[in-house]
Design a binder for this molecule. Sequence first.
Ligand code: PXP
Length: 240
Amino acid sequence: MRLCVNIDHFATLREARGGWEPDPVTAAQICELHGAEGIVCHLREDRRHINDRDLRLLRDSVKTKLDLEMAITDEILQIAVETLPELVTFVPEKRKELTTESGLDVLHQGEKIAQAVRMMHDHDIEVSLFVDPIDEQIEASAEAGADLIELHTGEFANARSEEELVEQLERIKKAAAYGHTLGLGVNAGHGLNYINIKYIRAIREIEEVSIGHALVARAVFVGLPKAVEDLIALLRGGFS
Ligand code: PXP
């Protein structure tokens, strides 16, 4: 299972003072040096963390894979085709949310999403759709022409009891198997950390995880190289 690091939180910390440090571009380079196999950033419409300059420099410097998380708007679609990341991940975006709260409703926006997928494919950009682990949303993702889905693991990560955890994990396992059956690549992300990753890494169909907050939080205490290396070691811990 590959680790892709979401570097938005480095930019959030920078924006807390409106200055230049820490630079998320430097963070991306350190993550790659220590084994991350992809860098994820979300260029939000309100540019609350990652900005256009970051994306430009990331495009020039990321050597593994750049995954641009984005809402489907004319402005950001245009930026995507100018920037040419290897992958875009379409997510829903609400101004007032602290972070991406739910998966895309592909079922009810199929045509709009399919059009955006075609636009990306015309520029040889792969497309992943961030969806909740719900069969209908996964089917709609395949119908919209997506290459991959990223399963939203937020409800699993927020489980408050053993029973709820088992139930949410089961949903993710079934969704991953279903996506795989439909020919989709399967990634996962949101709320994953050094503790709950042991459950996710055991799901064979999940090829890649996108992790941000937990990694940045740990880096504050142990340093970024160790935070990345420890997470990769956990991902490679084999199947439990
Ligand atoms: N995947 C998607 C689609 C996200 O929106 C986010 C949050 O930016 C993540 C993964 C990473 O989540 P976390 O910061 O909780 O690890």
